[in-house]
Design a protein around this ligand. Sequence first.
Ligand code: SAH
Length: 224
Amino acid sequence: MTSLNLEGVGMTSQRTRERLVQRLADKGVTNLQVLDTLRNTPRHWFLDEALSHRAYEDTALPIGYGQTLSQPYIVARMTEILLGAAGKRLHKVLEVGTGSGYQTSILAQLVDEVYSVERIKPLQDKARERLRELGLRNVHLKHADGGFGWPEAGPFDGILSTAAPRFVPQGLLNQLAPNGVLVIPVGDQTQSLNLIIRDGDSENFVTQVLEPVKFVPLLSGTSR
Ligand code: SAH
């Protein structure tokens, strides 16, 4: 990370962040690498200034265009599920729904290369700027409908979707590398987090339905 003033003061201070991380651990997040990454990542950096004092509350926050930055607990849980299910260092990971770029920045510190797709252009532009300012160079962004993944960049060892489709898109399954792992919220009014693992290099996928979640919907097409 660069020498920008990212440390924060008052409600964005290190002590405030520490309290958040403690809370995530109390709620059951156990992966220390993930907890450390959340501790050291300035979530306030990904929000409008007017909301930055709420950045270290364990709550989802608006980022404009009807979208939200996910709750820290969910970011931590999805990341630890992805890393845990892979069981090895992940080389290439695809994120569907860049949004603010916060989850992207967490992944970028834990895997080799992150590819992230966003359908709303102004959100992508802002995320690009913030990620660049943080000095994260292993992030590749694309303005596209992530329901189709990023075929030219795949296959991926891991895919994480931060928007919920009603059914798992076939394109994402196709882009999983052998033993690749997909973490995705699925559903409409009621959603659940799904963990899907490709069985070796076969066309078989093993699905585990995990906890109930609430995400914005995965929409088709793009918007400028
Ligand atoms: N990971 C984000 C979460 C943002 S909310 C963060 O940390 O801030 C989910 C995002 O998914 C929104 O920005 C929304 O525009 C985007 N999205 C929804 N459907 C999409 C699609 N089909 N392709 C790409 N992005 C999509």
